[in-house]
Every structure is written in C-alpha cells, then in structure tokens.
Design a protein around this ligand. Structure first.
Ligand code: SF4
Length: 121
C-alpha cells in the first residue's frame, strides 16, 4: 500500500487529503477532507487529473495580434505541455465571436479550443 497527498481546491479551506492506495492503484481510504464533494474531487484528481487550459494564440488577418482562448472542457493534465506546443502553431482568423471554436478536437481529446473574446478583422 502507498499514500498520496492531495490538496483539495474545492473551497478556500484547502483541506490536505491523504489517500491510501493499493498496489493496483485502487483508492482504499481518504482522510483529511471535510466534505463529500472534496473527497470525490481528490479521488478523481488522483485517478485522472484534468485541467481547463487557458492561453492566447496568434491571429492572422486581424488588427488584434493575440486572441485569448480556453479549452471547452478540461483535458488530461499530462497533455497540457503537448497542447501548449500545438497552440503555438494555431493562427486564429477573424471574424470570431467569444465562444466560437478556434480549433476542433485538440490533440484528439474530443475537446475544442474556443475563443474567450471577439476577434475583429
Ligand atoms: S474537502 Fe470540502 S471543505 Fe475541504 S477544501 Fe475540499 S471542498 Fe473545501
């Protein structure tokens, strides 16, 4: 058995959770969380950590040089570095409205990259 420490970010209390994990990776026990939602969060964070990626991409054909973007939903944390490399090659073309897709299916995750601001020409 091994232990993992995860800080819950569900609220400002920031509980420090300790997870007891079997050799097979099964979570056997969680201590240190003060609520069920936090317990669920730390178990999910242990099994499959995901993050919403926010960044900016270069534009092409717009007077605005950079467009802020984010993923439409969280992607696996392990893909963040690769995703940032992919974003370096993206050129957003106007016109775009906030919420519109800039790049579909980022790295085959099924998650789109969307504009978080309008992009005028
Ligand atoms: S476990 Fe619950 S109380 Fe603790 S930080 Fe997470 S959400 Fe907040």
């Amino acid at each position: 058995m091994k232990e993992a420490q995860i800080i819950c970010v569900g609220c400002p209390l920031g509980c420090r959770a300790t997870l007891k994990v079997s050799r097979e990776g099964e979570v056997l026990e969680v201590t240190g969380c003060r609520c069920k939602e936090g317990r669920r969060y730390v178990v999910e964070e242990f099994r499959n950590p995901v993050r919403v990626l926010t960044a900016t991409v270069l534009t092409e054909g717009s007077r605005v040089p950079l467009l802020p973007v984010r993923t439409s939903s969280p992607i696996p944390k392990e893909k963040l570095r690769e995703a940032m490399k992919a974003l370096a090659k993206v050129r957003a073309k106007p016109p775009l409205r906030a919420g519109e897709v800039v790049l579909e299916d980022l790295l085959g995750t099924g998650v789109d990259l969307v504009a978080t601001r309008d992009l005028p020409s």
